[in-house]
Design a protein around this ligand. Sequence first.
Ligand code: DAH
Length: 343
Amino acid sequence: MNVEELEKRLAQLADTAVAELGETTEREEAIQVKNRYLGRTGSVQQLMPVMREISNEEKPRAGRAINQRKNQIEEAFEDKLDELAQLELKRRMREESVDITLPGRRPDVGLGHPLRQVERELISIFDELGFEVAEGPEIETDYYNFEALNFPPDHPARDMQDTFVLTDDRLLRTHTSPVQVRTMKAYDLPIRIISPGRVYRCDSDLTHSPVFHQVEGLLVDVGVSMADLKGILTAFAQRCFGEGTQIRFRPSFFPFTEPSAEVDVECIFCDGEGCRVCSDTGWLEVLGAGMVDPNVFKACGIDADTYTGFAFGLGVERIAMLKQGISDIRRFFENDQRFLEQF
Ligand code: DAH
């Protein structure tokens, strides 16, 4: 083979190599093509023995031709790799791109439970009216829950409340009234407290839950009268249900108060006109109240000839349901976020 023939062969090889590289669509494939031409056993290398047939004068020209064609293939290979890298980058930009115009996802923000919100509101209203918070245990003794509150043993009044009994002498408190007794026994007079907390009764329907919340109130001092009770409860009702809200007392019975009253507020849905919620009476029953029974004072070691006091008790769920327009008490305890988020 002479140098012209060699140049021709090399040109053909380089052309096919460049064309084959041009066809490739993957890096590995391009490497294979390159190796087939430029590798240790590749097509270009296989031409080397031909050098022996070429005259010494022509050898430099043959060497230049070989280098030029090798470079040509090498360059085509590098260009291909660049092209494939660009394509890969574009593909990833397309697939992994983030649409920064989409609205962000807001993290869920915790809120107070609707019952807790109402309880806090009640505490703050009574705080304004001068009442401090006192608390007591949810597991009570028969003595604090009933006996000291003037429920004699086997008295039918105990049937007013369906008690969860734990042992002979331990029960889940059925109301927050035992805190009255604990407070009167432990603190000096005068006393002006409210006691918010959980209470338990074996009862469950649309308006009753086996666990619910009450706020108890107690004021004991010299010269406290039923008029003071009515004044405090009127102030409370107007802060809780709106200015000008009227209240009324209806005679009732509780073992621990004498006299006792059920306290109604003017219906907040119809302003006293009469509607479905108030069964056309214009009034909603929201509290029990009365003057502390002398027998309760006696159990607590307080002189009933010197001191008088009033007490009241209200259900937090009842108030929350009225204020928030909720008709099923169980909603409070299901912890369905869609419900809770509304408050
Ligand atoms: N303890 C009563 C109940 O749970 C509510 C109550 C009524 C509390 C009258 C009082 C009161 O302090 O004076 O049904």
